[in-house]
Write a protein that binds this ligand. Structure first.
Ligand SMILES: Nc1nc2c(ncn2[C@@H]2O[C@H](COP(=O)(O)O[C@H]3[C@@H](O)[C@H](n4cnc5c(=O)[nH]c(N)nc54)O[C@@H]3COP(=O)(O)O)[C@@H](O)[C@H]2O)c(=O)[nH]1
Length: 894
């Protein structure tokens, strides 16, 4: 604003000067006129103070000297006097001017007016402008002041004062020209100002004009709108306020540092330190992120533009650019991130062009394949091919990539060093904007370790860890496969169950490591003797199963004999010379069964028969074995319902002291009566209950019923007796045995000391250490224990001394031949002696004769049980029997 004002001022001053000159000229003219008038007035009435002649002379001189032309014209129109100035103006000598007719001196159009002047009377004074006509014929604009002079005694004359208007006109013209120029300038300036206002109004930038102090003098529309939209309350939009002060009020979304910089920029520009300054700053609103660029430029004036008259401040919204820059930065950062991720990825990456030429690989690619990028760039991935997949595989792979855009799978690849390894790979197609393949990207990882682990898991799932033989699961798979073939081809197949005889003795006596060594050696021997298509599996412990595809009965017998012979050769394990024999059961497809389950049961039953038949032999499955198997299955099915159908009952067989006179206890014996099967001996069904797992619930029932019976007897006045209850090995291995026993006894309300658990030797010999722990627990709760059928098993004597056992029960097989059998005598004596040395009592079972009882008594057997004393009795019978024999009765207890 200020530069334009200054320019106007100059023009105005110039204009004023011209005007002044005009006025002076006008005033001068007025003065001349008034002097003329005064002179006229003086000539007409006033008394001259000096001599009239002198004045007249002076007037003449004066008139002669004045710059204006002066002349006297007679009424006839003849110039009677003309001063020098007029003659000069006319371009004639003075003497040629005087005497001329006045019309000769003026342009023709002036003549009528001149005539009227000459004809006027009475001193009428006039003014007019007429063109003088010079001697050379040139027109000269003049202004005439006329009047009449009536001097006494003289004819009336008309005087004319002629002023050359040429200088005036020239001056006026110049003045008009300048005025015109000035006007043009004013108009241009106005137009410029209008344009400027329009531009300021039109531009989206927020513009403020500041004066030299930094006070806002004007703002544009955009400024106002922005102020309004940002909640600026003042109607002045900041006009009149110092901009730098405004900057001090930082609002939310602005930065104090930016505000200070803005104020500093303004001060710098206004002080002339810098012509222009700019600042980009954030000015976020609650709803959007905004950035502005503030530009401060000096407004200058003066001839060299060196005077700072103010400043223009512009704020341009650069949010779009900033956002674009930000997006660009983000995109760049993302690109860098992706590039870094690609480079640092543990997955190998390979990018090809549309012609499947490798254009990019990452670090992991090099690490996995062994190829540097320089090795592979420009080449096709065929370089990595292992040759393990055929052409069809690759065609299918690329077909999937081309049709669905993607393929994922496992593939074998070859490293630079030639090693072949498995990859998990995915291939994706990247298309251009037209949907044409542009690149193919393959990402892959080396899955050698995973494959190896899978193989290990597969081996663990299908192979026996000790011998490396297939396990039962793999055997079942292979058997199913071979059975399908046999079924299709109407062929035959043999399945053998091989169980080592008394293998447990080796484990127990020499340790598991030796037992394991023996199993491995045996497996190797067997394996070497078999055909490739045969499967020898270890199904657990000392049990092996042999699958012989395409084998009939003679073939199976031949193999069995060979295995028996091989097995019987001596073994050397850890400096131990060992021998072992197997018992083999053979089942044949399809006669003994059409599926693996049926064949396995038949082979198992046959193997059991081989054991029963004296071991170290093989037995084919036969009709009677089949019948026995069927019976066992029938019993098992019926057993499952027995508890629910209340088919069980207990019998109680009395136990006497060594004298055979006093009853000391009873053994609870389980009885099962089924409606269809009739009465089934526990000697038959207990084993089935054990193998089917039913023994746990059945055993609990026995324990509970016997305990409750004891409570009932006590309540009935029976003297306390020891009640022996048989405990199966399966029950003994139950983890909560102690808790179950003490709970049942507690619920029945009897002292634990009245209960004795009869454990078979196998209970103790399976895992003596664990048995010691359980026995200690039971003992700690007051429960008594005895070892049943002692002498038939293979008790570890070293453990026996640690067992919390009260009695050893001499098996009835040693009692039956007493006193005749010297061997049995020896065994019985040894057991009695051993028990004594271990601080245990002995009880002999199966005492059927007086001679047996006598012998046992003589040997110091503590207690006896058998038909000689009593058969197993019902609870009521036992109560009566016990009352009759307690206190001690004389003679046979009967
Ligand atoms: N786990 C469990 N086993 C039990 C349970 N009840 C019985 N059994 C075991 O079943 C096997 C057969 O028992 P059982 O048919 O009851 O035969 C017992 C007696 O009746 C029989 N006995 C008794 N005295 C004589 C005799 O003088 N001569 C003769 N020939 N037999 C006789 O002996 C069997 C008792 O044997 P034991 O238990 O070893 O003392 C048998 O092994 C039972 O243990 C049960 O509830 N749970």
């Amino acid at each position: 604003m200020e530069p334009r004002q200054a320019h106007h001022g100059e023009l105005a001053a110039e204009l004023a000067a011209l005007q002044l000159q005009l006025n002076h000229a006008e005033d001068g003219w007025q003065t001349v006129c008034s002097c003329e008038a005064d002179a006229q007035a003086a000539g007409e009435g006033q008394e001259p103070s000096v001599a009239a002649g002198h004045v007249d002379h002076a007037c003449r001189l004066l008139i002669e000297e004045i710059a204006e032309g002066a002349l006297m014209v007679s009424r006839a129109g003849v110039v009677v006097y003309a001063n020098r100035a007029f003659a000069t103006l006319l371009g004639r000598p003075q003497h040629e001017t005087i005497g001329r007719r006045i019309e000769d001196c003026f342009a023709p159009e002036a003549h009528p007016r001149l005539a009227r002047v000459l004809g006027a009377r009475g001193g009428l004074r006039r003014r007019m402008q007429l063109d003088l006509l010079t001697a050379g014929g040139r027109r000269v604009a003049t202004r005439l002041s006329t009047g009449q002079l009536q001097l006494p005694g003289a004819p009336e004359l008309t005087f004319l004062v002629v002023k050359d208007l040429t200088p005036q006109r020239r001056h006026d013209a110049a003045l008009a020209k300048r005025e015109s120029a000035l006007q043009d300038m004013r108009e241009r300036q106005q137009r410029t100002e209008n344009h400027l206002q329009e531009v300021l109004a039109a531009i989206p930038a927020h513009v403020a004009l500041l004066d030299t102090r930094g006070v806002i003098v004007s703002v544009n529309e955009a400024w106002k709108q922005f102020a309004k939209s940002n909640g600026y309350q003042g109607g002045d939009f900041g006009i009149g306020q110092n901009y730098a002060d405004l900057c001090g009020g930082v609002s939310e979304g602005q930065d104090a540092h930016d505000a200070a910089s803005a104020a500093e920029h303004i001060r710098s520009v206004l002080s002339g330190q810098s012509a222009e300054a700019a600042l980009e700053y954030p000015c976020h609103s609650p709803t959007e992120d905004r950035w502005f660029r503030m530009t401060v430029a000096a407004l200058k004036s003066g001839p060299d533009g060196g005077t700072v008259d103010g400043a223009i401040v512009m704020h341009i919204n650069i949010s779009e650019r900033k956002q674009a820059e930000s997006a660009e930065r983000t995109a760049l950062a993302e690109k860098l991130l992706i590039a870094r991720a690609v480079e640092q990825s543990a997955e190998g990456l390979m990018v090809t062009d549309s012609r499947r030429r490798i254009v990019k690989v990452n670090h992991a690619f090099e690490a996995i394949t062994g190829y540097a990028d320089s090795d592979v760039l420009g080449r096709t991935p065929r370089l990595l091919s292992s040759g393990r997949q055929d052409r069809t595989f690759y065609e299918a792979m690329w077909a999937a990539v081309e049709t669905s855009g993607h393929w994922r799978g496992e593939i074998w690849s070859r490293r630079k060093d030639g090693t072949v390894y498995p990859l998990s790979m995915s291939v994706s197609r990247l298309d251009d904007a037209d949907g044409q393949p542009m690149n193919y990207v393959a990402s892959f990882s080396d899955i050698s370790e995973r494959k190896a682990a899978e193989e290990r898991v597969r081996r663990m799932a299908h192979f026996d860890a000790l011998t490396g033989l297939p396990n039962r699961a793999l055997l079942v798979e292979r058997a199913a496969h071979e059975l399908r073939i046999a079924h299709r081809s109407d062929g035959q197949l043999a399945l053998m169950f091989i169980d080592l005889d008394h293998f447990k003795h080796i484990n127990d006596s020499l340790g598991h490591a030796v037992g394991d060594g023996l199993l491995v050696a045996l497996a190797e021997r067997f394996q070497q003797a078999l055909r490739e298509q045969d499967t020898l599996a270890r199904s657990g412990g000392d049990e092996f199963v042999l699958l012989l595809p395409g084998t009939d009965a003679p073939g199976a017998a031949h193999v069995a004999q060979k295995l028996l012979a091989l097995a019987s050769l001596p073994y050397r394990v850890d400096r131990h010379e060992l021998s072992i024999t197997p018992s083999i059961g053979i089942a044949l497809y399809p006669v003994d069964g059409e599926d693996f389950g049926a064949l396995a049961r038949a082979a198992d039953a046959a193997m059991y028969r081989a054991k029963q038949g004296g071991r170290n032999r093989f037995r084919f499955h036969t009709a009677d074995i089949h019948a026995q198997s069927a019976r066992m299955l029938q019993l098992e099915n019926a057993l499952r319902q027995a508890l629910a159908h209340s088919e069980f009952s207990l019998r109680y067989q009395p136990q006497f002291d060594g004298t055979g006179q006093q009853i000391v206890g009873a053994e609870a014996l389980l009885r099962w009566h089924n409606r269809e099967l009739g009465t089934v001996s526990p000697a038959e069904f207990i084993a089935i209950a054990e193998s089917s797992g039913l023994i746990t619930s059945i055993g609990e029932w026995v324990l509970r019923t016997a305990s409750q019976q004891m409570r009932a007897w006590l309540d009935d006045g029976l003297a306390p007796l020891t009640l022996a209850v048989n405990l199966s090995a399966v029950q003994f291995r139950q983890p909560n045995l102690t808790e179950t026993v003490t709970r049942i006894v507690g619920e029945a309300g009897i002292a634990p000391e009245l209960l004795e658990l009869e454990l078979t030797e196998s209970v103790a010999s399976d895992d003596p250490a664990a048995a010691v722990t359980v026995m200690n627990e039971l003992h700690a709760h007051g429960v008594r224990m005895s070892i049943d059928d002692f002498g038939t098993g293979y008790s570890s004597l070293s453990y026996l001394k640690r067992f919390k056992v009260d009695r050893l029960k001499i098996d009835r097989s040693f009692v039956g031949s007493l006193p005749d059998s010297g061997e049995d005598q020896a065994i019985v004596k040894a057991i009695i002696s051993l028990a004594r040395s271990l601080g245990m009592k002995t009880i002999a079972e199966g005492v059927e004769t007086q001679a047996q009882a006598r012998f046992l008594r003589e040997q110091g057997c503590d207690e006896m049980q058998g038909y000689w004393f009593s058969r197993p009795l019902t609870a009521g019978q036992f109560a009566r029997f016990a009352k009759a024999h307690h206190p001690p009765a004389a003679g046979r207890p009967g």
